[in-house]
Design a protein around this ligand. Structure first.
Ligand code: GLA
Length: 393
């Protein structure tokens, strides 16, 4: 669902900043929320995210020279930032948020898709910054989608997701998996995406919550993955895999059933590493089970698995923190809450909850008050809808 006010605002801003609206095209790419399957995507496991109707808008026009210039309505003080395609593109502190779109231009070039001319781009996002709803992936997918549209590159939406991930890994220094970019690039209204990250096979699963809604609660504690321990968790999983591979013929932790893991876990003599690997294996199996529960119409069971997912991320994977734990644990106590858990990378950001329609007001009131009492500042709630992938608007 395109927000016409956002579209108008990004076009108006383009005119103000770059002088004219003639020949400018407008685009949108969504953020995402992950329903279950956390920290499994770099372990060859399953994830179950969906694209949101909030995301990033852009107004763009090709230039006659080799400059690329950027402006964000969300960061007016940062002003216009530009660089040239004549020199090798490199990440830099002074480039700020523009490192994301510049990284995507760089990643296209790495694959032999060089721009014949530059462009001007204005963006405007309505994903709360740092909320863990993938504002950066939406910007990467948006940029890739725009490059295909303006320069005619022969790439699929799935390629755009992979190029976005490549740029995030190699230009922006976060070793993220494929989930966020895939969810943004492949989103489908009212459907979540059951993705096997081992081979990128996927299926859409209709989400009909019959009398319930998806409610997101933001801790308002900003998380930044590159600053967090995300890369450290990933390395530890890779070490665990290497140890298990000495005995087992597996490509990823996601290849293991719970029984196989339990029978071999003592090979991981570092107790902390064993806990991290346990999460990766159990969470993957939980995700498969959760999607089956949803297909069987057993929302109660889906909700129980959401809770187990959070507990595992708290106790074994250690990526929650007091803010996310407070939101989830307070939610579990409220009647009418089917399930609640942290979503995304963790260390701040948001929880996702499935709440019965008639319980939503009370949920916001009780969880909001208890959060403020314990943490000292407010959390924010959003009732979200599941939207489509990127589009020209
Ligand atoms: C971040 C990463 C994803 C994924 C999640 C955790 O959102 O970008 O690739 O690993 O964390 O599930």
């Amino acid at each position: 669902m395109i927000d016409q006010n956002m579209k108008q605002a990004v076009l108006d801003s383009f005119e103000k900043v770059f002088g004219s609206k003639d020949g400018v095209k407008a685009y949108f790419a969504p953020g995402r929320v992950n329903l279950i399957g956390e920290h499994t995507d770099y372990n060859g496991g399953h994830v179950f995210p969906c694209a949101l109707t909030i995301g990033t808008y852009a107004a763009v026009k090709k230039r006659d020279d080799n400059n690329i210039q950027f402006y964000s309505v969300n960061q007016e003080k940062f002003g216009v930032y530009g660089t040239t395609l004549d020199e090798e593109l490199k990440p830099s502190d002074k480039a700020g948020w523009t490192n994301y779109p510049i990284g995507v231009v760089w990643a296209f070039a790495k694959r032999g898709m060089k721009l014949d001319k530059g462009f001007d781009m204005v963006i405007y996002g309505n994903i709360p910054n740092g909320s863990g709803l993938s504002s950066s992936a939406s910007l990467e997918v948006l940029t890739g989608f725009i490059l295909r549209d303006l320069y005619g590159f022969d790439v699929t939406n799935q390629d755009i997701a992979l190029i976005g991930q490549y740029s995030e890994n190699n230009f922006n220094g976060c070793n993220c998996g494929i989930m966020d970019q895939f969810a943004s690039a492949m989103g489908k209204e009212n459907n979540a995406i059951f993705l096997d990250t081992a081979d990128l096979s996927y299926e859409y699963a209709p989400i009909s919550l019959k009398g319930a809604k998806i409610v997101i609660a933001n801790t308002n504690k900003k998380h930044k993955l590159t600053d967090s321990q995300y890369n450290a968790r990933r390395s530890m999983c890779e070490e665990a895999l290497a140890i298990l591979q000495k005995k087992l013929d597996i490509k990823a932790l996601g290849d293991l059933s719970i029984e196989e893991f339990e029978a071999n876990k003592d090979l991981l003599t570092d107790p902390d590493m064993q806990k991290k690997a346990k999460h990766a294996v159990y969470e993957n199996q939980r995700t498969i089970e959760a999607v089956k529960a949803l297909k069987d119409g057993d929302l109660e069971h889906f909700g129980k698995l959401m809770r187990q997912s959070h507990e595992s991320l708290r106790d074994d994977y250690d990526v929650t923190g007091v803010e996310l734990d407070t939101l989830a644990e307070e939610a579990w106590k409220v009647p009418g809450v089917i399930g609640s858990r942290m979503t995304g990378g963790g260390f701040g950001g948001c929880t996702v909850s499935i709440v019965k329609d008639e319980a939503i007001e009370n949920f916001k009131k009780v969880v909001g008050e208890n959060y403020k009492n314990k943490i000292g500042y407010d959390c924010t709630f959003y009732t979200v809808e599941i939207g489509n992938g990127p589009e020209v608007i």
